[in-house]
Design a protein around this ligand. Structure first.
Ligand code: TXA
Ligand code: MG
Length: 343
């Protein structure tokens, strides 16, 4: 065993010192608190911290909307571009009044039909909402999650909680607390551990500031469902040269490191490489390293982001994803798959 000139162990080789250094590193690296208590997580929000929490769509990374320093920590932890606005999460409908100057008639109809649930409505923001949360916009997205643990946590915070998805920007949204830890452990104050999310894709976003509601992002609530409540609702398509109304749509999204290929069921795969994976609702003849057959488009949507992450963990090079019908959740799923291909 190595000793120094004083007969002691040299720092680099002494097993006790090595162990001490690793324990210190471990403690520093593990500064993210893991808890199942919404009250403990809310106490961290009240102290100006950032906390990841489960919702029925994906895990969010929350901060007190009125605390600009805390909101800035979200952008830093996620490495999120500052021009991408955040959604405010509320635990009861009356809180919308603190966030928006006016709840339009159409917004009121959507709230009655879909809150709590996977729908974000965009309204004109009140002066109390800091511009850092809305990335400089005069509007704010508001959502009331259906997941009970999320609402218990937000209620305990005592303020609306702004939260983007709790992933590093560009990565697939997290649907388990372990996926949050994979991206953000050591970068955020706390993870409120809950069940895996049910829906697995982010909320539908609808702009209710004008006379005609505009669907900005597809989610579990489809355009058809919105039109059943407000028939005039349209899908938003930016005019050529116009900046998209939903700034998030400008950014890289939902992408695993592996290449994503969308397959329609009749399409043959030429030159299938060894490290390939497949997800879809129908079996295929080829041999893949990982295969996930889902019972429905709904199950496919809830599994796809975690499947992308699992493929990255296992060094998969190409992920083949089956096309689904663009109805209901299928439209949102195809939207996310196309974005994963583009990035
Ligand atoms: O399901 C969800 O929406 C999840 C959970 C955590 O609630 N959140 C989420 O947040 O997906 P994020 O930041 O990853 O996506 C928010 C999307 C972005 O595309 C953003 O540009 C858009 O909503 N958005 C937010 N505020 C907006 C606003 N005021 N006007 C237009 N688009 C807005
Ligand atoms: Mg996101």
């Amino acid at each position: 065993m190595d000793t120094d000139k004083n007969g002691g162990y040299s720092n680099s080789r002494c097993p006790l010192c090595v162990r001490y250094v690793s324990v210190v590193n471990f403690l520093f690296a593990m500064k993210t608190v893991l808890t199942t208590s919404p009250d403990e997580a809310a106490a961290i929000i009240k102290r100006g911290g950032v906390v990841a929490f489960p919702t029925e769509t994906v895990y969010g990374l929350g901060a007190n909307i009125f605390d600009e320093k805390a909101v800035a920590k979200i952008f830093e932890a996620k490495r999120r571009p500052a021009d991408n606005p955040l959604i405010a999460h509320i635990s009861d409908i009356s809180k919308i009044r603190t966030l928006a100057t006016e709840v339009t008639e159409n917004a009121e109809k959507f709230i009655q039909s879909f809150f709590p649930g996977p729908l974000t409505i965009v309204l004109a923001k009140s002066d109390a909402v800091p511009y850092i949360a809305t990335a400089g916009l005069d509007t704010i997205g508001v959502r009331m999650p259906r997941f009970k643990l999320a609402r218990r946590f937000i209620a305990a915070c005592g303020v609306p909680v702004v939260a983007p998805s709790a992933n590093l920007s560009g990565r697939p949204s997290p649907t388990t607390w372990q996926a949050v830890a994979e991206d953000l452990d050591g970068r955020i104050d706390c993870i409120l551990q809950g069940d895996p999310t049910e829906i697995g894709l982010e909320s539908t976003v609808v702009d209710c500031t004008g006379g005609t509601p505009l669907l900005l992002r597809q989610g579990a609530i489809s355009l058809t469902q919105l039109q059943e409540v407000v028939p005039a609702t349209k899908s938003y398509v930016p005019n050529s040269g116009e900046q998209p109304k939903s700034p998030g749509l400008r950014h890289k999204h939902y992408s695993p490191t592996a290449k994503v290929v969308i397959l329609d069921d009749k399409c043959e795969i030429s030159n299938l490489e060894v490290r390939s994976a497949y997800i879809g609702v129908n079996e295929r003849g080829e041999q893949f390293q990982i295969t996930r057959i889902c019972r429905s488009a709904k199950e496919y949507a809830s599994a796809v982001f975690e499947f992308f992450r699992e493929c990255d963990r296992r060094g998969i090079k190409t992920i083949y994803c089956e096309t689904v019908d663009e109805t209901g959740i299928g439209s949102a799923l195809m939207d996310r798959l196309r974005r994963a291909v583009e990035s």
